[in-house]
Design a binder for this molecule. Sequence first.
Ligand SMILES: [Zn+2]
Length: 298
Amino acid sequence: MDKWIKCIAKGGNVMATAITAKTLIDEAQKRHALAHPTNKSHPSPVQALGESLIAGLLLSSNCKAGERISLSVKGEGFLKHVLVDALPDGSVRGFLISRAAEVPPVDSTLGPWQKGLLSVVRLKLGEKEPYVGTVPIVTGHLAKDLTFYLLQSEQIPAAVGLAVNFDRSGKVESAGGFLVQVVPGASKKEIARIEQNINKLQSLAREIAKNSDPTVLLGQIFDDMTFIILDEKPLRFECSWSKERIVRALMLLGKDELRDMMSQDHGAKVHCDFCSKLFDISESELDQIIKQLGAKAE
Ligand SMILES: [Zn+2]
């Protein structure tokens, strides 16, 4: 089962979240019908979206109820844009756009995203101005650039690991990640110890993926330090869009526009980018919406 486990070192100065997420990445791959690139030099869209979904969840694991994370990564290579919404209840949705042709020349010293921009939006329920942090992508590897983002933009010394592993047939075999962060007040000694443990485990994220229990990874990060589990939550790929929501959005277009849709298209088809679901609004449903709008206006 996909889940995150959030914990804190006994002294209270180091926090970590570990995630396993194979099932939800399978779900994302299926919904978006993501295939492996035919050109072998192109990075895998499944891996790029999968890592981004895990990254969004890692960030949202530190949100309070009513907050949410929107992660946007814009690359200059084959991977064009990924957008992920993650909530502290463990639900996540997202999609990836890749460039079909005319891919700019690849810099082999950089990761799959090449160069670009990474943004994190922290939205709070009822707050008009969200917190937006943006940094340039310097390594092209999401985990490394997200670590850089946390330090640069939010002044949080942290380490991020992300992994999506494939079996020989190209199916997702395992997936997971971790976020370790130092809480203000941590001693230099504590920071050094955690850094040492993370450096020791270069392939930490790959490791976690192999263990379906994230606690194993946490044990490796904290080594001989005692830690307390704060939270454990099942995770899922889920989109909040529903037909009711589409109807509300259509209402905003106004009666004239809706009448045009009725006469020209005999209905409306609305595609949700986040989950690739197609909502079909029939002619009579449009008529109903117009009537509702009419009743409101009177
Ligand atoms: Zn959707």
